[in-house]
Design a protein around this ligand. Structure first.
Ligand code: TPP
Ligand code: MG
Length: 343
């Protein structure tokens, strides 16, 4: 029998099967579309802001929006989100101002928020180090008798890191109500998935931690929603953690400093861009009669306006005091650090 490509193996799908998801009203479907559009607009405008020199290096998440919006919509507002740099704008779905995220990419301290305000942890740049944090928070909440769930987002490359193993093992052993959400975009900068692991799938790794591992089409926002909702229900009802592998393909550079033409087949990228996740969902909603031109335009304009106001607000913020760099670094700054600084 022909071997099924890992990209196809046991992938949960909704949009391509033209089915509906239980419990989602038309308003819910539109709310998900609004979130997708906000993320897409944030991402596209950020690339422009970078080119204009208004933000620094930026990790593009174009075609990752379905994984982010689909999963967040399956959470309660009290649940905790642990993003990586790929999910830098996920706080927008929790009401975080656009300017806060832009501040972060501008390297301004106003880009660091109090995680408790949104139940969104700081953006994690070291690969996988937030997986143990998410597992620990979930376990702590369980010990306190609360029914909070946590979700950590990380990439395919992160599953080769020690911190992923430690976090997953800990979550499994403690039956922590955590969701380990892997965005498998099949690249870790220039390292392809084939050079990352010999495991048949990333979801298969879950067996080693005694938790269910599920695979979902990462470009299908409703399949992501449905899979995450099941994981949330399991976690909240005492069933422990779940590893979700959302399979997609990185259809943009790793970040604005990267040139993927050196290592990716650009024809494949073009093919993936044709089938990008916002357009897929839009076609589904239109076929269902839930979305029309006027609503789509209103939602897009609202997102664009949020971005216009957000960048204006970020740029109006006075520059930070450079001394802040040292505030939390040293109790007693070494004397040579002061040389040429004070005077
Ligand atoms: C501990 C650590 N090692 C190396 C890096 C450098 N680095 C930044 S992004 C990246 C690739 C990560 O790939 P993946 O986990 O698949 O996430 P993706 O960027 O594809 O979302 C690496 C190695 C880092 N940030 N942290
Ligand atoms: Mg990756």
């Amino acid at each position: 029998m022909a071997k099924v490509a890992p990209e196809e193996f046991e992938l949960r799908r909704v949009l391509d099967e033209e089915r509906e998801v239980d419990g989602l009203s038309h308003d819910d479907l539109l709310a998900i579309y609004r979130s997708l559009t906000l993320l897409r607009t944030y991402d596209e405008r950020s690339v422009v802001f970078h080119r204009q020199g208004r933000i620094g290096t930026y990790a593009i998440f174009w075609n990752h929006e379905a994984m982010q919006a689909g999963s967040v919509h399956a959470l309660d507002d009290g649940d905790w989100i642990f993003p990586s740099y790929r999910e830098s704008a996920i706080g927008l779905l929790r009401g975080m101002p656009v300017s806060t995220v832009l501040h972060w990419w501008r390297g301004h301290p106003a880009g660091w928020w109090n995680p408790a305000d949104y139940r969104v942890a700081s953006i994690c740049v070291p690969i996988a180090t937030h997986v143990p944090h998410a597992a620990g928070l979930a376990w702590g909440e369980k010990l306190k008798g609360r029914d909070t769930v946590s979700i950590a987002y990380f990439g395919d490359g992160a599953t080769s890191e020690g911190a992923f193993h430690e976090g997953a093992n800990f979550a499994g052993v403690m039956q922590a109500p955590a969701i380990l959400f892997c965005n498998n975009n099949q690249w870790a900068i220039s390292t392809p998935l084939s050079a990352q692991t010999r495991a048949e799938t990333l979801a298969a790794k879950a067996a080693g931690y005694g938790m269910p591992g599920v695979r979902v089409d990462g470009g299908d926002v409703l399949a992501v929603f449905e899979a995450t909702r099941e994981a949330v229900e399991r976690a909240r009802s005492g069933g422990g953690p779940t590893l979700i592998e959302a399979v997609s393909y990185r259809a943009a550079p790793h970040a604005t400093a990267d040139d993927p033409r050196a290592y990716i087949d650009m024809d494949r990228v073009a093919q993936e861009r044709e089938n990008e996740c916002v357009g897929r969902y839009e076609r589904y909603l239109r076929a269902l009669g839930v979305l029309d031109d006027a609503t789509a335009e209103e939602i897009k304009n609202d997102a664009l306006e949020k971005m216009r106001a957000g960048i204006a607000e970020a740029e109006a913020e006075p520059d930070a005091d450079p001394e802040l760099v040292f505030d939390n670094a040293y109790v007693l700054p070494p004397p040579n650090m002061r040389e040429g600084w004070d005077g």
